[in-house]
Design a protein around this ligand. Sequence first.
Ligand SMILES: [Zn+2]
Length: 325
Amino acid sequence: MSTRPAASISVDLDNKWAYLRAAGRDDWENCSSYLPMVIERMIDLLGSCELPLTVFLVGRDLRSSDDVNAIERFNTLQSWEPANHSYNHLPWMHTLDTDAIRDEIESTHHAIETSFGRPPRGFRGPGFSCPDEVLSVLTEWNYLYDASIFPTSMAPIARAVFLARTRLRGEQRDRAKKLYGGMASMRKPNRPYLREIRGRSLCEIPVTVMPLIRTPIHFSYLNFIAGFNVTLAKTYFRAALATCRRLDVPPSLLLHPPDFLGCEDDSDMAYLPGMTTTRSRKLDFMKWALSLYASQFDVTTMIKQVQPDCATENAVAPLFGQAFN
Ligand SMILES: [Zn+2]
């Protein structure tokens, strides 16, 4: 058994159309998929570090056999777990009615089970949106965990940057004003904890932020810093992992496809923070960061973080101690 502290890693496998729609582009439905290219790069880097992966899938992408075949390539990793990231990737799930929320979750649940032969057991809301109606549906469908909390102090800044860069207008822009939660999100726990939803237990695994100051430490944020200064990004990430170890916070870190794209790969993605870096510089930095993470922690999929023996719910217990830091 490993003596390294527990940790997990996941990717929100958001396709190009989701980014273009979020940017307010009218032609978002007609763009090509970058999933086959990005997945190969992810497999290369994660595989070389012997890292597993939880993959939050958007149901809409599973209509494409090319994308499903590309996703199946995750079978070459040490292990991977498909999880639910809604059907249409609407970052404003909190504004949908109950039937629409149910549809977003259930249609992706079925698409994942049909495509990969196993049902998802985890969910993350797009834009870290997770109203109570979502949690109720998750427990009904025997989900073991939700991963939609991003307990950062930077939510208002992240939302302001998003709104400044998007061309969304009217109702969609109003809905986007609630993205990432408010200051309330930074008062939420920064470590896994159990929630009681209608008499059932559901594990909440927040996207880990820097303990105490609550700044983001997921890879898109690191890439954003590395775009200005690689040494600073490396120092910050080392400090974040050291603080997690010292305060006994089991990190759950998050990847996005643009973490594996350089500025020469796709000019449509140029509006995103962190997309000014060349492909080779970005992949070099990602390899360094993933290797460091793998060397310092016993990194598993999220389902394994919740259920180390994948057998009983009692196995959750070792992860939970003090809820706040
Ligand atoms: Zn997403």
